[in-house]
Design a binder for this molecule. Structure first.
Ligand code: ZN
Length: 491
């Protein structure tokens, strides 16, 4: 167990956790948003972030502070918390981003870690190498070696109570990300940013983003707090949380506001294109779009940034509630409909259903089948695994609907899309209580047929009869040959 992180609730790969930040004497509930504060530009003051938005933690860049004489002196004299006037926990970045943008920086990992410690950072970051997507494997590997050396330097540096992050790199190579994850897990470091995913998100590559996170998580293990570094758009939070991300940082709220862009959970809108404001935060209830457009530049930027933050924090709360209620996957399905690339992200998430299944609770309140992707959810995967462990009689009828009269078979089980067969005694247990549309889709029938196949393969001695309501021939092809078929719909 990592002492600084405790998982309280889970749903799919998502979790509500507690990150203990000893130096700030604070506990941060995750999933959490860290607004990015540029120490030179105060769009929304840190004090306001805490008081009005409930921010428990923020992130700022120690490299920018280090490189500015006035800021550096003030930070060393007053400490970061007084400098920014923020009562919560403060994480600091190290200049890795500047390194990736400009090719070099003028501090070493030891120097910048010491500096972060001296100015009172609560969570520090070493100088890792953010390897972009799609580089050669050789480059990704050699960059990763450097990052791992930096993590070892960080481990050996005396940082007192300050937590230190261990970025996980490896570009778009899942095997490298997994290796990087297990190396980071093996250090004594505390928080695990999955790095260099910003270019993926800028290009709407949510599918690749999910593969990268899934690989890092396999290396890291279940109790590691994971930070999706540079991810600040609320549209993709539910998806990333479902894959197991705990911390997000948002510069987007301020950067987008500067360009007159308005964040929503369904994507970004240009203020110029809005006739209505689809939000009930204070900014949106007190202004019309025309009134916002008419404000002086600085004021408009602040108002838009405030709205962007409101919508971002609201989504984090909505996600936490969904985890608590056990319907995070339903929320992910809704968000996946916002953009085709988000749907790619969701479908990729379901490629990792086995991995999600390990943390998915055995019982929740309800399973709503709301898209054909639902047929690939972790609950269906788990039911199919469970079919291998159920004991079956010599002759078994699997039938949709009610049990038949007569004693032609040793037993009769229900078969329901998308799960497939199960003993009637389990009818009232999760997830077999799922709410499924009457107009079943092909994916649900195929998943049910695969369930029949799973049962038959593990019990080759059993004589199985499947009574279905008009399943199409293409679906029935998935049922093993030895099964006797009865079409109830043809009666
Ligand atoms: Zn608003």
């Amino acid at each position: 167990m990592r002492e600084c992180f405790e998982v309280r609730d889970t749903d799919a790969g998502g979790r509500i956790g507690e990150l203990t930040v000893p130096r700030a004497d604070a506990t941060v509930e995750t999933p959490a948003l860290l607004p990015v504060i540029n120490p030179n530009l105060d769009t929304i003051s840190p004090r306001r972030l805490a008081d009005e938005f409930g921010a428990e933690i923020l992130i700022t860049n120690s490299y920018i502070i280090h490189g500015d004489d006035t800021l550096r002196e003030r930070a060393l004299e007053e400490g970061l918390h007084d400098l920014l006037d923020f009562p919560g926990a403060i994480m600091t970045d190290s200049g890795s981003f500047q390194l990736s943008e400009y090719g070099e920086i003028d501090v070493t990992t030891e120097e910048i870690l010491d500096f972060q410690h001296e100015i009172g950072s609560d969570i520090a970051t070493p100088v890792d190498i953010p390897t972009p997507p799609d580089v050669s494997r050789d480059r990704a590997e050699s960059d990763l070696e450097t990052t791992q050396e930096r993590l070892e330097i960080a481990e050996a540096t005396d940082t007192g109570e300050m937590l230190v992050s261990a970025p996980v790199q490896g570009s778009t190579y899942p095997a490298l990300r997994e290796r990087a994850g297990s190396h980071a897990e093996g250090t004594a470091l505390d928080v695990f940013p999955v790095g260099a995913v910003v270019p993926l998100m800028n290009d709407y590559r949510y599918d690749d983003m999910i593969d990268v996170v899934a690989a890092a998580k396999r290396g890291l293990g279940a109790d590691a707090p994971v930070h999706l570094f540079g991810a600040g758009h609320p549209m993709m939070f539910a998806l990333a949380v479902a894959m197991g991300c705990d911390l997000f940082d948002s510069a987007a709220y301020a950067l987008y506001a500067r360009d007159d862009r308005y964040l929503t959970v369904r994507g970004t809108r240009a203020l110029d294109d809005l006739d209505y404001l689809p939000c009930s935060c204070a900014v949106c209830t007190e202004h019309s779009p025309a009134e916002l457009r008419a404000l002086p530049d600085a004021e408009r930027e602040t108002e838009l940034a405030a709205h962007n933050l409101h919508v971002t924090f609201a989504e984090i709360r909505r996600i936490k509630q969904a985890i608590r209620a056990g319907n995070l996957m339903e929320l992910v399905e809704q968000r996946a409909r916002a953009h085709p690339t988000m749907l790619d992200g969701y479908r990729t998430l379901l490629d990792h259903a086995d991995q999600l299944e390990r943390s998915d609770p055995v019982s929740k309140s309800a399973f709503f089948y709301t898209s054909h992707e639902s047929a690939r959810r972790p609950e269906v995967v788990r039911h199919h695994q469970r079919l291998e462990r159920l004991s079956v009689p010599d002759s078994l009828l699997l039938t949709e609907g009610d049990a038949p009269r007569g004693d032609e078979f040793d037993d009769s089980w229900r078969v329901e899309p998308p799960f497939g067969p199960f003993p009637r005694a389990l009818s009232r247990s999760y997830p077999l209580t799922a709410e499924v549309p009457d107009r079943t889709d092909r994916a649900a029938l195929e998943a049910a047929a695969d369930g029949v196949g799973r049962l038959v393969e593990t019990n080759p001695e059993t004589a199985v009869t499947l009574a279905h309501r008009g399943w199409p021939a293409g679906v029935l092809e998935r049922v093993p040959d030895g099964v006797t078929l009865v079409n109830l719909a043809s009666d």
